[in-house]
Design a protein around this ligand. Structure first.
Ligand code: ZN
Length: 156
């Protein structure tokens, strides 16, 4: 196995989950006429993520696609995140994002919270503060996309 040197030592089990998402990203691609389409960057690492969402009439996430480039933490994290988004409202995603932020800052309860699904594999990032932005970039994309989607709805 090729070890990506941009991945800090996060523990072997978690490392495997992270590398799996990095190599076989879920929900990667593009969609026609999305309700939201945003691109976010992390200049300090060179990560970039484009996220597209399709929303239901009542504002739930129906479908998500992303494209991105950058370190394994940023790309694995957004892949894990997309597995959590389907069916969620903007409020629910905000709650999860807060929880994930706690995990990234070393909160032990958040690290055990099943609501975060596979994203819990990123708990080791808390030991590498410079990588927290990498891990959160996909979530930032989701927050921006949901905000854009809500604005579109309001103007209809
Ligand atoms: Zn990065």
């Amino acid at each position: 196995m090729t070890i990506d040197r941009s991945t800090p030592d996060l523990g072997s089990l978690y490392q495997e989950v992270i590398l799996d998402h990095y190599k076989r990203p879920r929900n990667r691609g593009e969609m026609d006429s999305p309700d939201a389409d945003v691109t976010v960057n992390n200049p300090s690492c060179g990560d970039t993520i484009r996220m597209q969402l399709r929303l239901t009439a009542d504002g739930r996430i129906e479908e998500v696609r992303f494209r991105g480039e950058g370190c394994s933490i940023s790309q694995a994290s957004v892949s894990m995140l997309t597995g959590l988004l389907e069916g969620r409202t903007r409020d629910e995603v905000e709650t999860l994002a807060d929880r994930f932020k706690e995990l990234l800052h070393g909160d032990a309860d958040a690290a055990k919270d099943k609501a975060l699904g596979q994203a819990r594999a990123l708990q080791g990032v808390s030991k590498f503060p410079t990588r927290i932005r990498c891990a959160f970039l996909g979530w930032e994309a989701a927050q921006q996309a949901l905000s854009q989607g809500a604005a579109e709805h309001a103007s209809e």
